[in-house]
Design a protein around this ligand. Structure first.
Ligand SMILES: *Cc1c(COP(=O)(O)O)cnc(C)c1O
Length: 353
């Protein structure tokens, strides 16, 4: 598919790479491709970044007909630019699309939207250590009618922004609060889809946790209110008595690409990884008998995020002495090493631009 490029008349001043705030400094251009039922995907274009014209009755505004992805472009030491498992993101977007009755987008169109935009914006891929260009592809249903039906007119859009290290002071353990009132997703709902509605459902608990001095919440399953699902908007892993435990993909847990990559690396290193139901009680018992060795979240934005404290009601435990665990650090070093091209990529996860 041909992509028409219209360059911005004036370019923005690029922010200082040492003080980047996540998701604020959008670049000069964006990618858009339209879909209409009967016609398919058409009019792929890169245009100056700016507000979208959307009919106030568009379904996305009323019924949350939206899915998204998140990945990064990394600047390697030789100045070249590379992506990490971008096809996995597109594959996941198409799974999310199925759940929300949005159209499937061919991999080559979705990927070209990403790679061509990053090429146009290559000067925006920062060079400082731990910085990258965050890529946000999303798809929205745009039919202008208030009836509840899936849209026949849809857009796939990609925007990008330079981002700094997720934790500017380095990897620091965070305090986590087990959420017992709200749930983010239930089986049969949209938990396995990367869609805005799940985030809307998570805002209240996140706000309350923050007010209480915690960085994130640990989500429990919506049926039994017992089993761990995710931490904030990351997947979660625990090292208990030498083994790695992580919730299985039961329909309400998102199939994270960082999760998948960590499981592969852990297996490469000889660890036993159990993907299964893990109850909050099991964790607090492990903490009590000294076998809860490490806990961490996994996601593209932070890569891995060590958990130093877990609280549930009036129970509170410290994990790994509130220090970064050995495996947590090793996963961080290895994954970021592969992403920035500092270490070998035996699994073929890197796509060079
Ligand atoms: C995006 C996301 C993740 C992490 O997925 P990655 O592919 O590793 O970035 C985990 N949980 C939720 C709810 C997410 O939206």
């Amino acid at each position: 598919m041909e992509i028409k490029i219209t360059r911005a008349a004036t370019l923005k001043e690029k922010p200082d790479s040492s003080t980047l705030v996540f998701g604020k400094a959008m670049t000069d251009h964006m990618f858009i491709v339209d879909y209409d039922e009967g016609q398919g995907w058409h009019d792929a274009r890169i245009v100056p970044y700016g507000p979208l014209q959307i009919d106030p009755a568009a379904k996305v505004l009323h019924y949350g007909e939206e899915i998204f992805e998140g990945l990064k472009a990394y600047r390697a030491a030789d100045g070249s630019i590379q992506l990490f498992r971008p096809r996995d993101n597109i594959d996941r977007m198409n799974k999310s699309a199925q759940r929300l009755c949005l159209p499937q987008i061919p991999e080559e169109i979705a990927l070209a939207g990403i790679t061509r935009l990053v090429e146009v914006e290559q000067d925006w891929v920062p060079r400082e250590k731990d910085t990258s260009l965050y890529i946000r592809p999303f798809m929205i249903g745009l039919d202008a009618a208030l009836g509840v039906h899936s849209s026949k007119h849809v857009q796939y859009i990609v925007v990008v922004c330079p981002v700094g290290a997720y934790y500017p002071e380095g990897l620091n353990p965070v305090k986590i609060f087990v959420e017992e009132t709200d749930v983010r997703a239930v089986k049969g709902g949209m938990g396995m889809a990367k869609t805005g509605g799940n985030y809307a459902a998570s805002l209240r608990a996140g706000d309350l946790a923050e007010k209480a001095g915690y960085s994130q919440v640990l989500w429990l399953d919506g049926v039994h209110r017992k089993y761990i699902e995710e931490v904030g908007s990351m997947n979660v892993m625990f090292k208990v008595a030498g083994k790695i435990l992580t919730p299985d993909l039961n329909g309400s847990v998102l199939d994270g690409i960082t999760r998948r990559s960590c499981i592969q690396l852990l297996k490469d290193w000889g660890y036993e990884v159990e993907e299964r139901r893990v109850s909050a009680d099991e964790l607090f018992e492990a903490a009590a008998n000294g076998t809860l060795e490490e806990a961490w979240g996994t996601g593209t934005a932070a890569v891995v995020s060590p958990i130093g404290e877990l609280a549930m009601g009036d129970r509170k435990v410290t994990v790994s002495n509130n220090q970064i665990g050995e495996i947590t650090q090793k996963l961080y070093d290895e994954l970021t090493g592969i992403q920035w091209g500092r270490v070998a990529d035996p699994h073929g996860w890197i796509m060079k631009l």
